[in-house]
Design a protein around this ligand. Structure first.
Ligand code: SAH
Ligand code: SF4
Length: 367
């Protein structure tokens, strides 16, 4: 094969049609190709029998359909699976599959590392190397589907996609939006908008843009009910404080006609888990289209935080429920293979000397 000049993998339909137009091909060819890639898991152009011979040959010669290679694979006692995928240059990203009773959720990475430096997150502690391209994001879905095979009814066990792996999706805006389009498109993965979730720590301008580009489910990593505490836990809050973030969330609900925003809240013992914090959270979210997802902190080597006790987690949840806020506690999955929320470290060579939200010379942020 000559050096691959064409990169069709992961392109949304409109962009693939444009690419094909430059090759002198009709738009319906783009839909045919998508059916092969995402509907039938066929990545070899030679096998795409309804494409013209000339197009097949051209794609085989010039297009790159390669998927990320698996560096390591682990399976948890609870059925969770984790793949470490090579992202070039010795960098590794992680993708996690979490089987549940009526669904299977794939947690995908959007960046190699993360520059946002949240105090309680293993990915953040590693620093940032680079953004993933859309082929690498969609590639994670294709690798997981291939590895998991089909269920007894001939369907893939991957029913939901969450951007909750390594990285901040809104800091890698275009590829993430492209990936969302392919996930939702009937010629792509055909998932309903409720089954695709972007989770963000709150880059407000990008969140406002997101509302104009897609309508997937939104999860926001809040973790603290006041700016003083959130500034310490989620440093991007220093640039986009809570009031601005919530305004952007309510705008997202309105513009996308979404039912609710999920607010993630990692419970850290003695830091953000008191009844007063719960009441303050009610003050922020009460009466709004919001639900709270409480996440018991998942420890990782070197962290100074501790998980709140089950009693404290339960009391916190009851206090929210008692005030009329919807709240669930996220069950920890895959922690025996370091696959739980916030434990994904991959292998990242940090290229960012000064993380966002931090001034040169300022100490690392922790609570
Ligand atoms: N960057 C995005 C998405 C990836 S993190 C974001 O921050 O939302 C996915 C979720 O895991 C976020 O809610 C994040 O705050 C949470 N998380 C990070 N570290 C964690 C840890 N050690 N234990 C539990 N949850 C954690
Ligand atoms: Fe980045 Fe999200 Fe981790 Fe914060 S919690 S460092 S935004 S991956």
């Amino acid at each position: 094969m000559t050096e691959a000049a064409l990169k069709p993998l992961g392109l949304p339909k409109a962009e693939l049609e444009q690419l094909f137009a430059t090759l002198g091909e009709k738009p319906f060819r783009a839909r045919q190709l998508m059916r092969w890639l995402y509907g039938r898991n066929v990545l070899d152009p030679v096998a795409m029998t309804d494409l013209s011979t000339a197009l097949r040959e051209r794609l085989a010669e010039q297009a790159d359909f390669s998927l990320p290679t698996i560096h390591a694979h682990e399976a948890s006692a609870d059925g969770t699976r984790k793949w470490r995928l090579a992202a070039g240059g010795g960098q590794l990203i992680e993708t996690v599959f979490i089987p549940e009773v009526a669904r299977g959720t794939l947690c995908v990475s959007s960046q190699v590392g993360c520059a946002l430096d949240c105090a309680f997150c293993a990915t953040g502690q590693q620093g940032f190397n680079r953004n993933l391209g859309v082929a690498e994001i969609i590639g994670q879905v294709l690798v997981a589907r291939r590895e998991l095979g089909l269920d007894a009814e001939g369907r893939s066990p991957v029913t939901n996609i969450v951007f909750m792996g390594m990285g901040e999706p809104l800091a890698n805006f275009r590829p993430v939006v492209q990936a969302c389009r392919v996930l939702l498109d009937d010629f792509g993965f055909g998932l309903s908008r409720r089954r695709v979730t972007v989770s963000t720590s709150g880059i407000v301008p990008q969140l406002r843009r997101l509302a104009r580009e897609t309508n997937v489910a939104l999860a926001v990593s809040l973790h603290a009910p006041d700016d003083t505490l959130r500034d310490r836990l989620v440093p991007i809050n220093r640039r986009y404080p809570i009031a601005e973030l919530l305004d952007a969330c309510w705008e997202y609900v309105e513009l996308t006609n979404t039912w609710t925003v999920t607010f993630e809240y990692v419970l850290l013992a003695g830091v953000n888990d008191s009844p007063g914090h719960a009441d303050a959270l009610v003050g922020l979210l009460g009466g709004r289209p919001a639900k709270v997802n409480l996440i018991p902190f998942n420890p990782f080597p070197g962290t100074r935080f501790q998980r709140s006790s089950p009693e404290v987690v339960d009391a916190f949840r009851r206090r929210l429920l008692g005030a009329g806020l919807r709240a669930i506690t996220r069950r920890t999955r895959g922690d025996d293979i370091a696959a739980a929320c916030g434990q994904l470290a991959g292998q990242v060579e940090n290229r960012v000397l000064v993380p966002l939200g931090q001034k040169p010379g300022q100490p690392r942020c922790d609570a």
